[in-house]
Design a protein around this ligand. Structure first.
Ligand code: NAD
Length: 489
């Protein structure tokens, strides 16, 4: 048995004991996870520093703070989320108990990416635990030190049989994908996303795919360009541009391009000093393979700001590219690095057309003081999320579903959405063996009169208080008696 098979078998056995289902167990595990982030902050930050040169404060701000918030929310709301959810009834089911019961799916495979390794791996785990599942956790091998930290720390804090960690690269992930799971939650690029779906299809395993793509950013000439550019610069250069929802490129009218460049340059200096290379808040490209990939995108574009780089240190300065053509290399794939191309459009109409020509993005940003511009973007485009006059922050709102659409992914999570995504929402209808008369309308011989009754009973939905329900029940009893007399006696 391979170590991957062993991990899956172990998680399956542990799930079958039934212990992951009890709410006390789920809450205990979530509290332990919370404790890990308090007690091991230093080890977590040290590992990320080695992987991506993130500062300790940056790690808390962009990774662990959000996780702590999600854990607290899940602990606070779990009883409510896991409770049976009553639903509206029609007249036929008025006297029945009709509800949705969220139940665990079983064993979930979580495959993480490297750019915010804790956030994208632990956030689905919070949902898996809250929903009562077992989970096999596969951190990205690309963030070497963090993967090791997860392998070492998680078993100390949470049930290591229910939530085993498997480390390794592509062969190990592929071996995991040959096993049978009840859900696969993948974060990463869309090429691998397709492989995940293919593997999942063999067992009809449902998938959540958290992918990326080119997230556009339209800056309207009618806005405070200085503030807009400050927010765009923050969204772009945080984590050295290696953020799935970073604004990938800017669309604006040629008349404001110079101003946009100047303002972004000012913000780069404000955030990262004159020399970002020595600034503790400026990250590094994850490895030399990605460094080369990003540098190759610069070939046919004009640098307006930045461009300095150092391969031995995986450093690329915050860079702005001007007058970029749609055919340029930098526009052919998600950049996932600190290059910010600016493309000219004649106005909102052309921006919308340009966005709609591409794949549906994970995020879409619009900066404007004109509500009509925002409304047109909302109405005339599609994306995983849309943000007006800011970048990234929608990720931090637990009441918003986070996820892509089309090429940027499927399924969503955060807050209650994580719980629902990793639960089966089971339909339950509990009837008594009484009032058989009402059923006569569905039994053969079928007649137009019975159909008439069926139309009345089925098409009426009921939204009444209990007094109304009691009155209706009484009416229903009379109707049942009449029907009984007409058809059965
Ligand atoms: P990655 O290289 O770490 O790959 C992700 C996972 O896929 C890893 O665990 C790896 O082992 C596995 N993997 C890689 N190749 C595989 C193969 N051939 N078969 C099976 N498994 C394989 O991460 P990445 O893909 O470079 O991550 C960057 C991408 O992820 C970007 O496109 C980014 O936009 C996206 N992303 C999306 C989100 C989101 O929440 N939507 C978050 C972070 C990153």
């Amino acid at each position: 048995m391979s170590k991957e098979q062993q991990a899956v078998a172990c998680a399956r056995r542990a799930f079958e004991t039934g212990r992951s289902k009890s709410l006390e167990h789920r809450i205990r595990q979530l509290k332990n996870l919370q404790r890990m982030f308090t007690e091991r902050q230093k080890e977590i930050a040290d590992a990320i520093k080695k992987d991506l040169n993130k500062s300790e404060v940056g790690t808390q701000l962009y990774e662990t703070l959000g996780l702590e918030g999600e854990i607290s929310l899940a602990i606070r709301k779990l009883k409510e989320w896991a409770a049976p959810r009553s639903v509206e009834k029609n007249l036929l089911t008025l006297s029945d108990t009709v509800y949705i019961k969220p139940e665990p799916l079983g064993v979930v495979l979580i495959i993480g990416a490297w750019n915010y390794p804790w956030a994208v791996t632990i956030q689905p785990l919070i949902g898996a635990i809250a929903a009562g599942n077992a989970a096999v956790i596969k951190p990205s091998e690309v963030c070497v030190h963090t993967a090791k930290a997860m392998e070492d720390l998680l078993p100390i804090y949470i049930d290591k049989e229910l939530y085993p960690v498997v480390t390794g690269g592509v062969p190990e992930t592929q071996e995991l994908l040959r096993q049978r799971f009840d859900h696969i939650f993948y974060t990463g690029n869309s090429v691998v996303g397709k492989l995940i779906m293919e593997a999942a299809a063999k067992n009809l395993t449902p998938v959540t795919l958290e992918l990326g793509g080119k997230s556009p950013c339209y800056i309207d000439k009618n806005c405070d360009i200085s503030i807009a550019c400050r927010r765009v610069a923050w969204g772009k250069y945080t984590n050295c541009g290696q953020t799935c929802i970073a604004p990938d490129y800017i669309l604006c009218e040629p008349s404001i391009q110079d101003r946009v460049i100047e303002e972004i340059k000012k913000s780069i200096k404000e955030f990262y000093t004159d020399n970002p290379k020595t600034c503790t808040d400026y990250g590094r490209i994850i490895n030399q393979r990605h460094f080369k990939r990003i540098m190759a995108m610069l070939e046919d574009s004009t640098i307006a700001v930045g461009g300095e780089n150092d391969e031995s240190d995986c450093y690329i300065a915050p860079t702005v590219l001007r007058d970029v053509k749609p055919e340029a290399k930098v526009m052919q794939e998600e950049i996932f690095g600190p290059l910010l191309p600016i493309l000219s459009v004649s106005g909102l109409d052309e921006a919308i057309k340009f966005i709609n020509k591409g794949e549906k993005p994970l995020a879409l940003y619009v900066f404007t003081s004109d509500d009509k511009v925002i409304k047109r973007m909302v109405d005339e485009t599609s994306s995983g999320g849309l943000l007006a006059n800011d970048c990234l922050v929608h990720y931090s709102v637990s009441s918003l579903p986070f996820g892509g659409v089309g090429n940027s992914g499927m399924g969503c999570y955060h807050g209650k959405f994580s719980f629902d995504q990793l639960s089966h929402l089971r339909s339950c209808l509990i009837k008594q063996l009484k009032m058989e008369g009402v059923n006569s309308m569905r039994y053969p011989p079928h007649t137009p009169k019975k159909l008439g009754w069926a139309r009345f009973f089925i098409l009426k939905t009921v939204d009444l208080g209990w007094v109304g329900r009691m009155a209706l029940l009484a009416v229903l009893a009379v109707v049942a008696a009449v029907v009984l007399q007409n058809y059965l006696l």
